[in-house]
Design a protein around this ligand. Sequence first.
Ligand SMILES: [Zn+2]
Length: 439
Amino acid sequence: MMEMRKMLPFISLCILLAVCTGCANIKGAGQDNSGKESGAEAEESLEKRADGELGDDKSQDGNENQGAGGSQDGNVSGGQQEANAAVKGQSVIEGQLAFAGQNGENTADEAELQPENENARIEDDGGGEAEPGDSGAEAGTEQPDGAPDVLDMASMEFTDIEPMAVYTTANVNVRLAPSTEAEILHKASRGTVYEKNGEGNGWSRISIDGKNYYIKSDYLREKKAPGEGGGHLIAIDAGHQSRANTEKEPLGPGSSEMKMKVSGGTRGTTTGLYEYELTLTVSQKLKAELESRGYEVYMVRESHDVDISNSQRAQMAYDSGAEVFVRIHANGSENSAANGAMTICPTAQNPYVAGLYADSRRLSDNVLDGLTASAGCKKERVWETDTMSGINWSMIPVTIVEMGYMTNPEEDTKLADDGYQQLIAIGIADGIDAYFAAP
Ligand SMILES: [Zn+2]
């Protein structure tokens, strides 16, 4: 034991270097190298959705790489190559004047008129230098005179709808009129909730203090009404803790194979944020989101200074009376290009919890769909594996949510963003809603 303690710091360091040994280190799940993103930092995923690239998995090899650091949850290595290095700029605008139609051309000047196009600019991130109005677009020059006609035309085509709560999926401009040339009231950060009361021409009309404003509909999603949770109890485990526990425990009930009790997790290569910090922050947001929808929530941990093994976490989730167990993690990879979200569940042949397979798979599918739709990140896959002790010891349907890669500079930065975290929480909650909505 003495020797073990002396070795702890060294082992912990190794674990960190080995990158998220507590998670599935997918560095593979190969993807396209399209690298088409032209300028939208935070919103590149939205572009991908528009382009239909999401989920376009190619060359997924999924090699498991369980060695390094005694991976608690099993590491996968593959070779994901997402060429999003080009996604650097933040200067983007919300796209076309909706009524301008979709012509196929895309000259530099016209790029902003075609949001469906891969080169389309989307909403300004707030930090960009080019404003929609600045770019001059094509109409040329006289914006003050030219705009009003255009705006009148657009507002005439608006349809009133029953007021509904929506939230922004990007940092997006709120404008005085439905046009990229209209004056900007302010920039709304991701996850901001508004009441929407009309739509038309690709724009949504929202109400703020009794006045109407406009946001491109591409950047809004309906927010679920409170109370739909029906009192279901959800157990949330914020992955990892401030110090790894390198002692071992059985991989599953009765197993002779041993795994580390709880590993150190990964760390943001750009932000420096520790995974255990990120997981708790998002877990707390998820708790609030679920409670606002009428769920009850049990938190396995609410501070960093704990020592709870993965099997103990599964036991605690069960003992709480929760119906499902949602384990929040972030991913890491030696390949800094790897990005996107995945969820993890047992296989149908799992020697310990095969009976939980169907529900765990459905939960994992729903949560992954909800998260990626809300956050707009790449959807990797649901990974079925029996290498996760926290799954193997579970007694209720379980999923591990790998929210994104902290080893990808852009995703790491987004994951540390308060608004993006809120989108993740909303998305996971959407997935849980979907899980309980189905029979
Ligand atoms: Zn982890």
